[in-house]
Ligand binder design. Structure first.
Ligand SMILES: [Fe+2]
Length: 457
């Protein structure tokens, strides 16, 4: 069948609301352009650009799971459509209940939730963002769900709720994606998914994109993750590129993610926390109001209900991995609280290089920098292709520059097992963290024989 024959009348009508290229790419756009010319409408076909593939349509896209509440009993799903879509419906059902002859796609749903939506004007034009909060879910249970408006639906996607108690789990941690997201970051998130297909969540330590408010870059980010984002919840903290010199986080951030609102006033969905199967996860916003967050962080660490492990993420590192970068004020505001509060792991980005410390940070510190013995391990990592030269000053356990990495972190009541892997999946760094009942930690180095990579940019 020729390409021309595949273009139906219905598709031609659809082009009224999408723009030709959004439906079938450049070939359809060019064909429609020539059709218009035949009808006497003298106009050139729009030149094809990649971002045209990201135009919103009535069908849901950019589907992403997050948590704003308890991961054992709730989940949030966010998606995008064009601004013609009025309804924000989620249908869901325990996945095991989808049985029988379903050849017509009629799934026996148990539950429907109506979410909310809001018009969203990006630099590429209008769209609508939809969010729904599902609650009352059974812990440790796989659910299937789809989002849509009753006419246009996503595919059925699946996720698993957290167990209500401490239980081993695995999560993935990414440093900055930021640049060439479609062409080069996509292989990292996909390899990570293949290596940890049942990860509980994916943690992004800021600078997910490069240009604040760039809808095309967010389109690349969602395209790279694809259906993984609708299956494994995301946890993200904003970097300086989500601020881009502005006073507020990227306009996409809060409409397109549904993170907890339990942070300090004014920092909702950028500073937040939740407990997952025996571990407290805290996102701090290292872009603003550091002092305000210091007090909030201390209250979270003083909580007598705090589980055994605490993992904190923020963007700008306490100890910078890259040359000629330093965040002295951040260290001044947060380091003592993190370490005296017994935070186990600090997961950071920003420096476009890799540096992982032993307990208590680098073994040496620059003049004027205070180092204290502690149980805290600091990591700076980068998942995207932009790379900076390493700082030479810090004596850390493992360094890298010039390579994209991702981290797979296994957590159980006995230990945290950490793996940093190259984009190929090859193991690059590893350690195990143990903690006794009285809070004393022991770090067992498990660095593989892979030679240190220093492809200095
Ligand atoms: Fe950054």
């Amino acid at each position: 069948m020729s390409l021309q024959a595949t273009v139906t009348d219905k598709q031609l009508k659809m082009t009224k609301w999408t723009g030709a290229a959004a439906i079938a790419g450049c070939c359809l756009a060019l064909r429609l352009g020539s059709a218009a010319a035949h009808e006497g409408h003298e106009q050139d076909a729009p030149a094809f650009e990649m971002h045209m593939l990201q135009q919103p349509t009535p069908a849901p896209d950019r589907v992403v799971l997050t948590w704003s509440g308890d991961p054992a009993t709730s989940i949030d799903v966010t998606w995008r459509t064009d601004d013609t879509v009025e309804k924000s419906t989620v249908e869901f059902v325990p996945a095991a209940d989808i049985v029988g002859n379903l050849e017509h796609g009629n799934v026996p749903i148990c539950c429907t939730v109506e979410g909310t939506s809001a018009d969203f004007a990006s630099d590429r034009g209008p769209s609508r963002m939809h969010t729904a909060h599902l609650e009352g879910l059974r812990p440790d249970t796989m659910y299937a769900y789809r989002v849509g408006n009753g006419q246009f639906w996503s595919e059925w996607l699946q996720f698993r709720t957290a167990a209500a108690e401490a239980k081993p789990f695995t999560f993935i941690y990414f440093g900055d994606a930021q640049n060439a997201i479609r062409s080069l970051w996509s292989r990292v998130i996909r390899e990570a998914n293949l290596r940890a297909p049942r990860a509980a969540f994916m943690l992004h330590a800021g600078d997910l994109i490069n240009s604040r408010n760039s809808d095309a870059e967010w389109g690349e980010w969602f395209g790279a993750g694809g259906w993984i984002n609708g299956t494994i919840p995301s946890v993200a903290t904003p970097g300086n590129h989500e601020y881009g010199g502005g006073a507020h986080v990227d306009d996409h951030w809060r409409p397109q993610f549904a993170f907890p609102l339990n942070g300090p006033p004014g920092l909702e969905e950028t500073a937040y926390w939740f407990d997952y199967q025996g571990t407290r996860i805290i996102s701090l916003n290292s872009n603003e109001r550091l002092q305000q967050q210091r007090h909030w962080l201390k209250s979270l660490l003083d909580d007598p209900e705090r589980p055994k492990w605490t993992i904190v993420t923020f963007h700008h590192p306490i100890y910078s991995a890259a040359k000629e970068r330093d965040n002295a004020e951040l260290r001044e505001q947060w380091q003592a609280v993190l370490e005296e509060g017994g935070v186990d792991l600090v997961l950071q980005g920003h420096d476009h290089a890799y540096a992982r410390s032993a307990l208590g940070g680098p073994k040496n510190v620059a003049e004027g920098v205070r180092r204290q013995e502690s149980n805290t391990v600091y990591v700076v990592s980068v998942s995207g292709p932009k790379q900076y030269p390493l700082a030479e000053a810090w004596d850390v356990s493992r360094n890298a520059s010039g390579v994209q990495l991702f981290q797979i972190i296994h957590v159980s009541s006995e230990r945290i097992s950490y793996e940093a892997r190259l984009a190929t999946g090859e193991l690059y760094d590893g350690f195990t963290l143990l903690k006794s009942a009285d809070g004393q930690s022991e770090l067992i180095e498990q660095i593989p024989p892979t030679p240190e990579i220093r492809e200095q940019p």
